[in-house]
Design a protein around this ligand. Sequence first.
Ligand code: BT5
Length: 324
Amino acid sequence: MQKDDILRLLMESKTGFVSGEELAAKLGISRTMVWKHIKALRGSGFGIEAVPSQGYRITMVPDVLRKSEVEQGLRTKLIGKEIHFYPEVASTNTLAMEMASRGAAEGTVVIAETQTGGKGRLGRKWLSPRGNLYLSVVLRPNIPTHKAPLLTLMGAVAAASAIRKHLELPAGIKWPNDIFLSGKKAGGLLTEMSAEPDRVKHIVLGIGVDVNMDLKELPAEIRPISTTLSAEAGEKIDRSPLVRRILTELDRWYQVFLKNEADVLREWERLNITLGNRVAVSGGGRTLEGLAQGIDSEGRLILELDDDSLRQVAAGDVTLLKGR
Ligand code: BT5
């Protein structure tokens, strides 16, 4: 799109300025058309000043994810070869599941600025104000259904690694699907699956990361136990390169997963904040307490109960009680 090309040329300019004449010549359009595009860009929130004899210059970039910006320089093999951006959807997971059942290619990504019906696990809600990341990826691994939970762990490794590398924040993983910073939840994962009796047909891996929202957007009861990347970093975060990094890490860790699941589990163990703690695991109407000792080859949490017996837990909500 010409508008995107103008944006790119302005962003790439060393001096910041590009003259209307140059823009017109590079795009093969009239200067009047250039002016129309500049007006449209201003309309979508960009600050662009026009200085006589120097040209146009960007003075403010709105906090909006742009497809061209995310795709620019994205060098993944599989994840994000096709990306669908939406200003608003009910749930990126629901949409990606629909796309997957209609044959969407493996690696297809759905991203939205906000969700009106964001989903957590077990029918819970994922609040989705603007300024954060909401994305879902279609995967088609050739694995038995009982291995599917490992993809949540893989996604958590990828998300935590991306946050660590991109922002140098010490993101950790709380079993099974939470991204934690400073002891608070900064993101979550939701894996949904369509399966034959015992093989996976497709999986949608959904990731929500709290990035730039004001914590006041969350209800008072979860505000004290939640955080955002910008609150932790102490500055607003440019989301496009962060998305790129998350897709890059997903691309990498999904390949690792397909080659050797154990390598993913090893990295998960390195990044997790659950193991070694006394925990309470609730789910299915009951709570178990014990020492979180490890995870097994299917991603289940191994608990050592107070009578020294071991118990494998496939799903639940973990509360960290105290350290070792
Ligand atoms: C999760 O569930 O943590 C999974 C979140 C997955 C969200 C992504 S966004 C893209 C994709 N599309 C979707 O529709 N979903 C995925 P769970 O462990 O069940 O945690 C849910 C609980 O977290 C809620 O009951 C709240 O207490 C809390 N919560 C809700 N919204 C939150 C937010 N934005 N930040 C922090 N905590 C939140």
